[in-house]
Ligand binder design. Sequence first.
Ligand code: SF4
Length: 382
Amino acid sequence: MEYIYPDYYKKFQCIAEKCEDTCCAGWGIVIDDKSLKKYKNYKGGFGNRLRNSIDWKEKSFEQTEKRCAFLNESNLCDIYSEAGADMLCMTCRRYPRHYEEFENLREVSLSLSCPEVARMVLGNKDKVTFQSSYLEKKEEEYEEFDFFLFTKLQEIREFFLEVIQNREMSLEYRMALITAAAHDIQGRISRGKLFEIDDLLERFRKKSFQIKAKRKFEEYEGCPMENFKTIKRIMGNLHELEVLNENWPNFLKECEEILYSKGEEYYNAQKQEFKKYYKEKEYEYEQIMIYFLFGYLSGAVYDENAYDKVRFAVVNTLLLGEIDIAMWIKNKKQLDFCGQVDIVHRFARELEHSDPNLDEMEVMIGYQEEYSLDNLLYCIMN
Ligand code: SF4
């Protein structure tokens, strides 16, 4: 079995009680069948507590005020301290590691919803690379796994990562290029013309094509009204999602109030000022784009929808940019690293700790006009 992971993966260490958040609150922790069996048979007083604190129907730990029943006042896990690390369920043992499963391949990432991971990802000024290792395991065969599509998706992702990390181009241009490329590639996937993808990627790689594309993208610049209308709607759509942290909706409302209540001209002036202020740290958005592209794009092998995965990465990066501007305005035009880590990990937690939220985002991106190629290009280029 091959495992692929980002270069920072092995450096991660949980900081436990020093963590400013906890991963054991705010979301339902699903228990795997093997752990459920162990909990069922655990002896002694703690065994009784285990059995009484599990929702056996939902296969998850009971919660009190959205905190796991085993999370104690010091934000430490009672299962870990009373029964040992071996008794943790798979979700708790793995978090913040996330595994995407493909035939004979596991793509492993670390979730930005953990503040310590957010610090590692955002604090990395270098270009991320990916490593692989092999473990001797039985060969897997997935029914209906489209290996040809998967190979193409890997090539597409490699090209997109290369573009997003090309710091000779502006970040706006890099994001616009992969969004447009994903749009065209999707056409080939949907029509079953996978064999045309190599030529298409070749075309997107050519300098002459990139110059032409740049001119096209520049036509979207200088349209702040289009950007304002679209991004305001995309921000507003976040209210459609399931709430995990009760403070989140008010936080979003506050951001929207700061950004949009004084009109388009004010918003645009603030956005341009922030871009200059944050220019040196633009690589943080590059790392966010890489994170979402690596984590989600290969999953298109199961639904043949690569374009939506790329739009998902772009939209999340744009949304984080909006929240950054709002917090920068609020904090007297300052946004420090701690502030950014806090924003990114909270955002990832709301979005990625809820399967319904990921599904809902996918539906919105796939069907609503504000996520069209033109509208996203307005948001990216302004
Ligand atoms: S959120 Fe991350 S650093 Fe904090 S306790 Fe969980 S795994 Fe550890």
